[in-house]
Design a protein. Structure first.
Length: 387
C-alpha cells in the first residue's frame, strides 16, 4: 500500500473520530428512559414527534417532560436552563409529579439537563402510545376453563344503601342525558386541557356516557325504582392517552376523595410514574377500588392491559349471555373477575345495546358502589388484584 493511500485512510479515521464525517447513527436511540427495570429506547420514524421503540410500540412525544421528585426541590427545577413552565400533576406525600415544559426547540437538551439533576427521581418524556409496531396475534384457540372463571356474585343489602362517590375516566360525557339524572354530579374536569368544565358548556356524548349509563343501570337495579342520588359522580374527560393527562385524571379523582375510580383505557405499556400515582391512591389516599376493563383483544390481559398488573387494581373480563367467556374478552391470571358484557340502555324511546369489557367493568363498578354503600369494607367485598 502506497504512502498516499495510508495518509488517506489515516485522514478518514481522524475525521470520523472528530465527527467531521457522519457515521451511521441510524441504530442509535434519539432518547432513552427507564421504566421500572426496563430501558426504553426511542428511534426516529417517518412522522414528526412519533418514535419507534425497542419494545414494539410507537410513542408520540409532546415535547414535554414528566418528573417524580421530592417537593422541596421544586424551586430548583423551575430555575433549570431551558425550563419555561412547570405544572404539578400529583402529590404523593413528600413526592410530587411535575410536568416540565421546555423552551421551543430545546426538548432534548432540557431533558438531558433534568435527567442529570441529583435531586430528581424518575424522569420520562411525556408520551402517548400511537400503535403497536408488532400486532399481537389473537388466540382463537384459548384453553380457558369456564369452570374456573371468577364471576361477579349478586348481593342484596338488608339495610338501605347510601350513595358513594365514583370517578369515571373516559372519553366524552353529556351529563344532561335523562338516564344519567340519578347521579349527583360533583365535578366535570378535562384532563387533556387541565381545566374544570363549566356547567353550561355544550357537551359531546361519547364512551363515557355508555359507562356512566351501565353504572346507573346496575345501581338502580339494586335500589328503589326511580331512586335519585344513587351515587356522586366525578366525570373526568380524557380523549388522549398522554401520560400527563392520565396522571392528572387519577390525581384529580384522589383529590375529590372518590371511593371508586373506573377507567376503560387498555394500555399495553404503563408508565412507572402513573403506576406510582395509582398505587398511592389505593394504599394511602382513601381510594377503595380502581376498576379497569381487561380489554377486547382476545389475548392475555397481562400483555394487553398493563394496568391489570398494578397491585390493588381490579381488572374485569367479559361474559357472554350463556355465562361463558366472551370471545373478544382478554383473559388470564391478571383478570380478577368476569361480569356480563351485554347491556340495554334506554334513551327516550330507543334502546341502545352495548357490549364489551368496559360495560362489564362498569357493571362491577356499580355493584361495588352498592356494596360500599351498604357499609361493607373493601376487605369484606374482596375483588382485589391477586397478582
Amino acid at each position: 500500500m502506497g504512502r498516499q493511500a495510508v495518509k488517506l485512510i489515516y485522514c478518514l479515521i481522524m475525521l470520523l473520530c472528530f465527527g467531521v464525517i457522519a457515521s451511521d447513527n441510524s441504530k442509535q436511540p434519539l432518547l432513552t428512559f427507564q421504566n421500572f427495570q426496563q430501558r426504553i429506547e426511542l428511534y426516529s420514524s417517518q412522522h414528526d414527534d412519533v418514535f419507534n421503540s425497542n419494545v414494539g410500540l410507537q410513542f408520540y412525544l409532546n415535547q414535554k417532560i414528566v418528573v417524580q421528585m421530592n417537593k422541596q426541590y421544586k424551586e430548583q427545577l423551575d430555575n433549570v436552563e431551558g425550563v419555561i413552565k412547570t405544572q404539578v400533576l400529583a402529590e404523593l406525600d413528600e413526592d410530587i409529579v411535575v410536568q416540565v415544559t421546555p423552551s421551543i426547540d430545546t426538548f432534548i437538551q432540557t431533558y438531558s439537563r433534568v435527567e442529570r439533576l441529583p435531586y430528581v427521581g424518575t424522569v420520562q418524556p411525556d408520551f402517548a402510545l400511537v400503535r403497536m409496531t408488532q400486532q399481537p396475534v389473537k388466540n382463537t384457540q384459548r384453553k380457558v376453563s369456564n369452570m374456573h372463571l371468577e364471576r361477579l356474585k349478586g348481593y342484596q343489602c338488608s339495610a338501605p344503601a347510601g350513595p358513594k362517590r365514583i370517578a369515571i375516566i373516559d372519553e366524552g360525557f353529556d351529563l344532561s342525558k335523562p338516564w344519567l339524572s340519578a347521579f349527583d354530579v360533583m365535578l366535570e374536569y378535562d384532563a387533556d386541557n387541565q381545566r374544570i368544565i363549566p356547567n353550561k358548556q355544550k357537551a359531546r356524548a361519547g364512551h363515557g356516557n355508555v359507562v356512566a349509563g351501565v353504572i346507573a343501570t346496575q345501581l338502580q337495579s339494586k335500589l328503589e325504582k326511580n331512586a335519585a342520588g344513587i351515587a356522586q359522580l366525578v366525570a373526568i374527560h380524557q380523549s388522549s392517552t398522554l401520560n400527563s393527562a392520565m396522571i392528572l385524571a387519577f390525581s384529580v379523582s384522589q383529590k375529590m376523595q372518590v371511593d371508586i375510580i373506573n377507567s376503560s383505557w387498555t394500555l399495553p405499556f404503563v408508565s412507572q410514574i402513573l403506576r406510582n400515582v395509582i398505587h398511592y391512591g389505593l394504599h394511602y389516599s382513601g381510594i377503595s377500588y380502581v376498576v379497569v376493563s381487561a380489554g377486547n383483544h382476545a389475548q392475555d390481559a397481562c400483555v394487553g392491559n398493563k394496568l391489570s398488573e398494578i397491585e390493588g387494581v381490579t381488572t374485569v373480563g367479559a361474559l357472554s349471555e350463556d355465562g361463558s367467556l366472551a370471545p373478544f374478552s382478554n383473559y388470564g391470571a391478571c383478570v380478577d373477575l368476569y361480569a356480563p358484557a351485554a347491556f340495554l340502555l334506554k334513551n327516550r324511546n330507543v334502546n341502545i345495546a352495548v357490549s364489551g369489557t368496559s360495560s362489564a367493568a362498569a357493571m362491577v363498578t356499580g355493584e361495588i358502589s352498592y356494596l360500599l354503600g351498604c357499609g361493607l369494607s373493601s376487605s369484606e367485598i374482596g375483588l382485589k388484584n391477586k397478582n
